[in-house]
Design a protein around this ligand. Structure first.
Ligand code: G6P
Length: 613
């Protein structure tokens, strides 16, 4: 979703901003813009479409200046067009502002400002904020940071903003409430951004702004942070642990493909130092001191969105099956607004790749307020969710740039498997021999993922056979039901093909009506316990002329014989099959998207990090 980048220092701001905006492209956006301050004058350039289009439009008028702000916009209020793109200027042209979030009371503020004579050029909520700050400045003659603080007191909603004032050069003011903002501290220079990706090539030293904080970065006075109540804060400076290469495609055509192929490594990284096969233990350092309380929990509630919600469902199967603790999995957006019953005996686990998803963050805050133990399984280090939890474990998948989540998903499932095993052993719910077998199998999963990847060209062939279909149905049972949901989501997200995931047996209660020779049905048929039942479901599809693509276990004959195409994956213990069975589905959707000419890494309308609700 919207991305912010800003620079203040001795260098030319424009190239830094453009490069930063390109780094932020992965978040999802539909227009881009920059404003640069030079010789006491603000110059802004805004363009619908890609950052490249902005660059092409600006290249003949390279804007000089060593202070600037930039933005990639994901439209909320007003269509994606040049006018609605950020930065927005105040009415007097003195201020430029970029914003990520939503000003919920913008209509009321706008009406009041219009009465004061303000005219608006765009349909956005953000422009209203620029005018509001201008109005406060006019009335109070206040310095920029104070005008921002006073104006924000009237704002309801979520925001990360950076503001520049042509009458106060050498200074940027930033503020945050519920949307992320990171400040990179260089040598006499500052880099502000929605996440660390535009910052890493300039400095490793960063401070994360907390909710309700306002930061001023100034060439003369350095960085100062204060709260909305005007209390000065001492920012904590972190050292970024991020490699620049992880933000590049590294020879792959798309980030998504690179990330699919990284999974043998990223799954291994998620387990590094956390399991020991020889000694037969599993351990999650960040959760260790809370394991007793989790074991005693009345129930565990998992909150998440999108792909992370699917991994949460697998978590439910794992924890209930192995550790025998009741688990509920909730869409974060529903949970937070449905007045849920939560108390101190509950444990709430937020699962999130970005650690910034607005609904997941708010759901966790709600759980904390009600006294539940708030845990997080998060990929992005230092993200908002990671910072508000009581405890948690990082996924260690490295930056995930493709909008369609792949390696973060398998990392989440690996973490949930370890958590379920730890709880199972602590509660005495699992035989020691089974525990050790699962640990050993888990350790071998990265090798088995490598074997699945060897079937890529076969999967590509199958993709060619179904690429022009308009619908697809994904079926799975037990542990593979959430995988069916995830396979369908992957196809929808990047190929724009309508797809549904269903529990295989539920097919008879509706989707079977859709099956004809035009309907490819992807069946995950690895389950040992439900093999015959899945075979019957496949017969039901075949009887109606559906095309069956079956994901089966190596050596399988019966189902492979019935299916039009079979994709073979190595055998493993049933609770671990999602870590293997999801890989062919990721590849299938990837190849279909490429064949259909889709923008795999930045699919239309989607955002990587959904920072508004
Ligand atoms: C967006 C992304 C998905 C992701 C979901 C949840 O919809 O496009 O890939 O699964 O948000 O994001 P999170 O960062 O919380 O896992």
């Amino acid at each position: 979703m919207c991305g912010i980048v800003a620079y203040l220092g001795p260098q030319q701001a424009y190239p830094i901003l453009i490069k930063g905006l390109k780094r932020l492209e992965y978040r999802g956006y539909d227009s881009a813009g920059i404003a640069v301050l030079h010789g006491g004058k603000l110059k802004a350039f805004k363009k619908k479409g890609k950052v490249q289009e902005l660059e092409d439009a600006v290249q003949h008028a390279f804007p000089e200046g060593s202070a600037g702000i930039g933005h990639t916009r994901w439209a909320t209020h007003g269509a994606p067009n040049d006018l609605n793109a950020h930065p927005h200027l105040s009415g007097n042209g003195r201020l430029a502002l970029v914003h990520n979030g939503i000003i919920e009371n913008y209509a009321l503020l706008k009406a009041a400002l219009e009465k004061e004579g303000h005219h608006f050029k765009s349909e956005t909520d953000t422009e209203v904020l620029a005018h509001l700050i201008e109005e406060v400045q006019k009335r109070g003659g206040l310095p920029l940071e104070e005008a921002v603080r006073v104006a924000l007191k009237r704002v309801v909603g979520a925001y990360a903003i950076v503001v520049m004032d042509q009458e106060e050069p050498g200074k940027l003011v930033a503020a945050r409430k519920a949307s992320p903002l990171v400040i990179g501290i260089g040598n006499q220079e500052f880099f502000l951004a929605s996440d660390a990706t535009p910052i890493i090539e300039h400095t490793r030293k960063v401070a994360y702004l907390n909710d309700g904080e306002i930061a001023v970065v100034s060439l003369r006075e350095g960085m100062k942070v204060r709260t909305m109540q005007n209390e000065f804060q001492t920012p904590f400076i972190h050292e970024l642990d991020l490699e620049l290469e992880s933000l590049e495609k590294g020879g792959f055509d798309y980030f998504m493909l690179k990330e699919i192929y990284e999974q043998p490594t990223t799954i291994a990284d998620s387990m590094r130092g956390r399991i020991n096969v020889a000694e037969g233990w599993a351990r999650l350092g960040g959760l260790e001191s809370h394991i007793g309380r989790i074991c005693q929990a009345r129930r565990i509630i998992i909150v998440a969105c999108g792909t992370s919600w699917h991994s949460g469902l697998i978590g439910e199967y794992l924890i209930e099956d192995l550790a025998r603790i009741p688990v509920e999995v909730e869409y974060a957006s529903e949970f937070r607004y449905r007045n849920p019953i939560i108390n101190e005996e509950d444990v709430v686990i937020a699962i999130s790749q970005s650690g910034e998803t607005a609904d997941t963050l708010a759901a966790l805050e709600l759980a904390k307020e009600k006294g539940a133990l708030a845990l997080g399984l998060v990929n992005v280090v230092g993200s908002s969710i990671a910072r508000i939890t009581d405890a948690g474990a990082y996924i260690h998948a490295g930056p995930e740039i493709g909008v369609a989540s792949t390696k973060a998903f398998t990392g989440q499932v690996a973490l949930l498997t370890m958590l379920a095993l730890i709880l199972a052993r602590k509660r005495g719910a699992i035989e020691d021999s089974y525990f050790r077998r699962l640990i050993a199998e888990l350790a071998d999963i990265p090798n088995k993922v490598k074997k699945v990847l060897e079937f890529d060209s076969e999967i590509e062939y199958i993709a060619g056979e179904i690429k022009d279909r308009h619908n697809a149905l994904y079926l799975g049972r037990g542990y593979n039901f959430p995988v069916a949901l995830e396979g369908a989501l992957k196809l929808k997200e990047i190929s724009y093909v309508h797809a549904e995931g269903y529990p295989a047996a539920e097919m008879k209660h509706g989707p079977i009506a859709l099956i004809d020779e035009q309907m490819p049905v992807i069946v995950i048929a690895t389950n040992k316990s439900a093999y015959d039942k899945i075979a019957s479901n496949i017969q039901e599809v075949k009887a109606r002329k559906g095309m069956v693509i079956a994901v089966v276990t190596e050596g399988d004959e019966a189902i492979s014989g019935m299916a039009d195409f079979a994709i073979r994956i190595p055998d493993t213990e049933e609770p671990l099959t999602p870590l293997l069975s999801v890989i062919p589905l990721q590849l299938l959707s990837y190849h279909i998207a490429v064949m259909r000419g889709c923008d795999v890494d930045q699919p239309r309308n989607l955002a990587k990090s959904v920072t508004v609700e």
